[in-house]
Design a binder for this molecule. Structure first.
Ligand SMILES: [Zn+2]
Ligand SMILES: [Zn+2]
Length: 150
């Protein structure tokens, strides 16, 4: 692993904010002033392929990255786009019941919780850039990935 890639990985693992490539670029530049945004992008893709980091795909939005590769769910604020981890002690066990109900051999699932973060819901009326109705329209659908056994 190159030094650049190592530093990108260290920076990403040091935060829980799930930064975008651009945000990570700003963080990494403190330590590698000559790095380009393209290099950060490329290394993030490689790190994600290597399984060292997680890529969080948000429909129609910037990709965000996560240094925590343990399976976990995310909460996303529809107003400020903050992303937090769902606490580890909260469990969801869909795969088994869905397997029984559909016959699919479920290999995984993607699930994102959306709503308003504590700050945005507290300052609801002042800070919301959109009405709640519009926020609900912005929600992404839950998607499942599954493989059918023949
Ligand atoms: Zn928020
Ligand atoms: Zn996360």
């Amino acid at each position: 692993m190159t030094r650049q890639r190592q530093i990108i990985l260290q920076e990403l693992r040091s935060v829980k904010t799930h930064p975008s490539a651009d945000e990570l670029y700003e963080m990494v530049r403190m330590r590698l002033p000559h790095i380009s945004l393209g290099t950060v992008y490329r290394n993030l893709e490689i790190l994600s392929e290597l399984g060292e980091i997680q890529k969080i795909e948000i429909t129609g939005k910037l990709k965000r990255f996560d240094g925590n590769i343990h399976p976990h769910y995310h909460l996303r604020c529809l107003n400020c786009n903050r992303i937090d981890d769902v606490p580890e002690h909260i469990h969801f066990d869909f795969d088994l019941s869905l397997n029984e109900a559909t016959g699919y051999a479920i290999t995984g699932h993607r699930l994102e919780f959306v709503g308003l973060c504590p700050e945005c819901s507290e300052h609801h009326s002042h800070r919301l850039s959109l009405k709640l109705d519009d926020l609900v329209k912005k929600q992404n659908q839950t998607s499942y990935e599954a493989v059918k056994i023949s």
